[in-house]
Design a protein around this ligand. Structure first.
Ligand SMILES: Cc1cc2nc3c(=O)[nH]c(=O)nc-3n(C[C@H](O)[C@H](O)[C@H](O)COP(=O)(O)OP(=O)(O)OC[C@H]3O[C@@H](n4cnc5c(N)ncnc54)[C@H](O)[C@@H]3O)c2cc1C
Length: 480
């Protein structure tokens, strides 16, 4: 084995395997490193491949169009027609996101790894990445421990950081004006889920389980600052779990004089669901139960540094509203692999040269996320009563659908007041929705003008952060 490569890809999850496959196919010499053993590729932590496993078909289409990779059984475990979000009182539901799949994550990631290796990437499992090698203000490789726990260094023109949310590479970058090293804890959800088998009754209520659709239960008591989900899998299996914002959970517990943990909430949610009777943990691959974090803010404003590109959760890319991170991890993996290979070939890995990746990710996915973050912060400020009322009254299904896609419906106080909103709290919540929608529009415009070069970045990013601070100041978490 050599110890110098064009590109090191750190982390063989979704983003990493995809990036390695794409870069190797373009002719770069690629080293793909991960702490897992090969048979457990993509496992996030000792808890397993902890995820809701749901992905929109459009994201898989992007992969096929840009790489030729096609997915089928067994990695696509179950097709779903769409995702329904239900109000806390279960009286109203919105469909958002169309056709999608619930994945078998271990199979999905094994397939991607196989493609990366076949494309020419060298893969080293059981390697713990500990930090970046630096030459002044440029990343020149990584250091870490091999499977015998010996310290080892690998050098490369460029490192792709795909280590997931707990990345040690991003956190250990030199202080710099481009890549943010820490994120606000209020922008991170604590989440957990089971994969379970159950005895489906002959007749059941589709509000609790739907074999053809993914269900999301909005409920500030059951999942403060987040949501609960039941996603159907093949056979009588489900992926069932929930996420909370830690601050919202703390406020909810204080209000109720309780001390409920995330795990307790997950177990209570399963008991609450009348369809999930006689449940058993489905522990294939030791992946039946797990807890992990997911970030729900806009991706980091800049994803590159000298000799460094970030992709997937390491750059906090999941959708701020749905926490869906599979799609952006795959998209960014492809774009990172392409850009890294081109930069290595041009022998220029400067921030200036890598800037194209920022622009491409923004164009392909990132431009809507700051607006969605505004909406997420607004929603976290509503209690169950207002959510129940608002879902029935504030928006039509089409308007809600547009919003979840990051588009802006025409919404004004004057038109909606014709609907005769009742109660000061509800009227105030509607005013705040109008404010949020206008703010989303502003954020979309700011991101439509994403800086074309690093020279324009400093002023631009200050504007983004100022706007987001204003939103966070206005809307405080207020569960139950
Ligand atoms: C409970 C939960 C539910 C979710 N539900 C959904 C959902 O339904 N749909 C959806 O789209 N998204 C969902 N997400 C988010 C989604 O799972 C992630 O966005 C996605 O896994 C990100 O992929 P990634 O490749 O960036 O990172 P990861 O999947 O985290 O992969 C990182 C890889 O790096 C390795 N690694 C980490 N540190 C080191 C180190 N120091 N040395 C060596 N290797 C290391 C890990 O072992 C892993 O293989 C959910 C997340 C959680 C936690």
């Amino acid at each position: 084995m050599k110890n110098e490569y064009d590109i090191i890809v750190a982390g063989a999850g979704l983003a990493g395997c995809t990036a390695a496959a794409v870069a190797a196919k373009k002719g770069a010499s690629v080293l793909l490193l991960d702490r897992n053993v090969e048979s457990e590729v993509g496992k996030k932590t000792n808890w397993g491949w902890t995820c809701g496993d749901a992905v929109a078909a459009s994201h898989l289409d992007f992969v096929e169009k840009n790489t030729g990779i096609k997915f089928s059984s067994p990695e696509l475990d179950k097709k779903v027609n769409g995702v329904y979000a239900l109000s806390p009182d279960l009286e109203a539901k919105y469909m958002f996101d169309g056709l999608g799949y619930v994945l078998d994550r271990p199979e999905f990631e094994a397939k991607l790894l196989n493609i990366a290796i076949k494309s020419g990437a060298e893969y080293v499992p059981q390697f713990e990445v500990e930090g970046p090698l630096l030459d002044g203000n440029r990343i020149t490789g990584i250091f870490g421990r091999d499977k015998e726990k010996n310290r080892k260094e690998y050098k490369a023109r460029l490192v792709i950081d795909s280590l997931g949310i707990a990345t040690v590479l991003r956190r250990r970058l030199p202080n710099n004006e481009y890549v943010q090293k820490e994120v606000d804890i209020d922008d991170v959800e604590s989440t957990g889920r089971y994969i379970m088998e159950f005895d489906a009754p002959e007749d059941y209520d589709l509000k609790y389980y739907d074999p053809d659709n993914a269900l999301i239960h909005l409920n500030q008591y059951m999942s403060p600052g987040g949501y609960c989900w039941v996603f159907p899998k093949s056979g009588n299996k489900v992926n069932v779990g929930l996420g909370v914002q830690r601050r919202s959970l703390q406020i909810r517990n204080e209000k109720l004089k309780k001390n409920d943990s995330l795990q307790k909430l997950i177990d209570e949610y399963i008991k609450w669901n009348p369809v999930l009777k006689n449940v058993r943990v489905y522990n294939k691959n030791n992946n039946g139960k797990g807890i992990w974090s997911v970030a729900v803010r806009r991706q980091l404003e800049c994803l590159v540094y000298n000799g460094y590109i970030g992709a997937g959760d390491s750059m906090v890319m999941p959708n701020p509203l749905s926490a869906g991170g599979i799609g952006p991890a795959l998209i960014s993996g492809i774009l990172a692999g392409q850009n890294a290979a081109e930069a290595a070939e041009a022998n220029d890995v400067s921030v200036e040269r890598l800037w194209k990746y920022n622009i491409e990710f923004n164009q392909e996915y990132g431009k809507k996320t700051a607006g969605l973050e505004v909406l997420r912060i607004y929603l976290q400020s509503l209690n169950n009563d207002v959510i129940n009322y608002g879902i029935r009254t504030f928006l039509t299904v089409d308007e809600a659908n547009e919003l979840t896609l990051g588009k802006i419906p025409e919404l004004s106080l004057s038109t909606k007041f014709k609907l005769v909103l009742k109660g000061a709290t509800n009227i105030n919540a509607f005013r705040n929705l109008v404010y949020s929608v206008n703010k989303m529009k502003e954020m979309n415009e700011i991101y439509a003008n994403y800086p074309k070069s690093p020279a324009e970045y400093h002023k631009w990013v200050q504007g983004v952060r100022k706007e987001m601070d204003v939103v966070k100041e206005r809307f405080k978490p207020n569960p139950i």
